[in-house]
Design a protein around this ligand. Structure first.
Ligand code: F6P
Length: 328
């Protein structure tokens, strides 16, 4: 079989480990793997990864030493052209012209929604891998990149706690995650933040002010409030609102932004990416399609793309409760 692999949407630490596993799993069984550059745009542009000696095929040695690299050697993009019927038809023609039998897209909600839609125009096998720091996909307990994003965020929050403590200040820190609060909540628990504002559980200003006064009375000299970027409002307007409502701490604001997308993947992400890349190839070779390789209860499973993209994965209530208890 000839398999195309590509990364699409926001990049995520661990994508390279996934690419390596896909190549090693398929090529070791005598199949051909071609890297498609910049996601769906690369299909439309017929842009394929080629090694220094001009070889388009990804071989066993082509992927040596990339597991520990952040980002993606195949680059990534968001491709509005592919979201049109004309674009999908053109992409299908190009894949047919190059005799691709299967594609393995590595990406998040947008990537896998496009993959699910694409099967109406192309009859090759489509098996996705969950590559996004957001951890917002149904059908997998974790997405590739999530653990590294949380680790990066925790290290940043630990540093900000030092200066918050020195100056008796409160820091409002914005974290990525699109519409989902997973990164924010897990970072808040790991880094000992006092408050987490996530889209799934909004808080009233009065509640926040009351909690901040309670914490001050309890002897806290610094506060870290972790806010998901998809929360009600931006962190600057949240700062103004809290100051106007009588926040008992001086406030500074930090936006971590794309810092959370970079860095060498932590071991959990390298292992997850390798496992899911291997299972995606296994699924393709078994003739599966329109599914995603995910992990649930520590076991790799295939999940229909229709189910994966139907809704955003919700943060567990028990973790919200946990933060409330341990942040007092
Ligand atoms: O989906 C991953 C993500 O990092 C989101 O958390 C964030 O909202 C978005 O991508 C940012 O997209 P871009 O890199 O295109 O600005």
């Amino acid at each position: 079989m000839k398999i195309g692999v590509f990364c699409s949407g926001g990049d995520a630490p661990g994508m390279n480990a996934c690419i390596r596993a896909i190549v090693r799993s398929a090529v070791s069984q005598g199949h051909e793997v071609v890297g498609i550059m910049r996601g769906y745009q690369g299909i439309l542009d017929e842009a394929f990864y080629s090694t220094q000696d001009g070889n388009v095929q990804l071989m066993m040695r082509s992927v040596s030493g990339i597991s520990m690299l952040g980002g993606t050697v195949l680059h990534s993009s968001r491709c509005p052209d592919f979201q049109t019927e004309e674009g999908m038809r053109r992409a299908a023609e190009i894949l047919k012209k190059h005799h691709f039998d299967a594609i393995i897209p590595i990406g998040g909600n947008g990537t896998l929604s496009g993959a699910h839609e694409f099967r109406q125009f192309w009859d090759g096998k489509i098996v996705g891998c969950p590559g996004t720091i957001d951890n917002d996909l149904c059908g997998t307990d974790y997405t590739i990149g999530f653990h590294t994003a949380v680790q990066t965020a925790v290290e940043a929050v630990d540093k900000l706690r030092d200066t918050a403590h020195s100056h008796d200040r409160m820091f409002i820190i914005e974290l990525m995650g699109r519409h989902c609060g997973y990164i924010t909540l897990y970072t808040a628990i790991a880094a000992g933040c006092e408050i987490a504002c996530i889209p799934e559980k909004t808080l009233k200003t009065e509640e926040m002010i009351e909690k901040l006064h309670e914490l001050k009375r309890a002897g806290k000299d610094s506060i870290i409030m972790a806010v998901a970027e998809g929360y009600l409002e931006g962190v600057l307007s949240l700062q103004k609102k809290l100051e106007a409502a009588g926040c008992p701490f001086p406030i500074r604001v930090v936006v971590l932004g794309h810092l959370l997308r970079g860095g060498a993947p932590v071991a959990e992400d390298r292992i997850l990416a390798t496992l899911l890349g291997y299972h995606a190839v296994k699924a393709v070779l078994q003739g599966q399609t329109d599914v995603m390789a995910g992990i649930t209860c520590n076991s790799p499973k295939l999940f229909p793309l229709e189910e994966v993209i139907k809704d955003h994965r919700q943060v567990p209530d028990y973790m919200v409760e946990l933060l409330k208890v341990v942040s007092k």
